[in-house]
Design a binder for this molecule. Structure first.
Ligand SMILES: Nc1ncnc2c1ncn2[C@@H]1O[C@H](COP(=O)(O)OP(=O)(O)O)[C@@H](O)[C@H]1O
Ligand SMILES: [Mg+2]
Length: 198
């Protein structure tokens, strides 16, 4: 289990700046991804430091009822599941001020590759062929599994388990399902679900 480290940011200092300083101190200086809820930083390939890992900086409050609970299940219930990101550390930056700016959380995890647009290369990462034309159906199938526990025969047991647990988190926090090609990535040819809830 990855312990979450809490860093108290001194009076007058901003948690976001502290979080970004921390990320840069780890060698991750390039923003490689950005969504509505977070920014992902990595070092240039081949450089010493964080070459095979990335740091996702996210607003703690905005992610409290969807993404961060997902990170938590990746750390415990789904630890070792090949279809979820490997999380190395979680660091929370909490402002000391009473009239404070938002708090930020940094998740250090394995670096993954984008799925990109389906290009016709069959990927057999999760028990079905993920390829052009089937892309939309695949995502729909995942939605049905998360919501209703169906399609057990369509996915390998690890993917089915991951989708089932995502369903538990989604219902517990009443958040939205957000599985699409920007929130699913690749480790080699294995599909990894990075950001399924919002
Ligand atoms: N583990 C990772 N390795 C490499 N890039 C990543 C990783 N996680 C996310 N990204 C990139 O950062 C983008 C935003 O990350 P995401 O987790 O989807 O955040 P948001 O909550 O803002 O949508 C992704 O679309 C992807 O391009
Ligand atoms: Mg996203």
């Amino acid at each position: 289990m990855v312990a979450s480290t809490v860093v108290t940011v001194p009076y007058g200092k901003l948690p976001l700046e502290a979080a970004e300083k921390f990320v840069k101190s780890k060698g991750a200086r390039r923003k490689i991804g950005e969504g509505c809820y977070g920014a992902v930083w990595a070092s240039n390939e081949g450089k010493r430091g964080s070459g095979n890992r990335v740091y996702k900086v996210c607003n703690t409050e905005k992610n409290r009822t969807a993404y961060l609970p997902y990170v938590q299940v990746c750390i415990d219930e789904l630890k070792g599941n090949t279809h979820v990101p490997r999380i190395y550390s979680v660091t929370e930056f909490v402002a000391a001020d009473i009239y404070r700016e938002d708090d930020y959380t940094v998740i250090c995890m394995e670096k993954l590759a984008p799925v990109g647009e389906p290009n016709g290369n069959p990927l057999n990462g999760c028990g079905y062929t993920f390829e052009s034309g089937e892309h939309f159906n695949s995502m729909n199938m995942m939605y049905d599994t998360v919501r209703h526990g169906t399609n057990k025969d369509k996915f390998n047991p690890e993917m089915f388990k991951a989708l089932e647990v995502i369903g538990h988190v989604q219902r517990k926090w009443s958040c939205c399902l957000d599985i699409h090609s920007g929130n699913v990535m690749l480790r080699g040819n294995i599909l990894v679900i990075t950001d399924p809830l919002s």
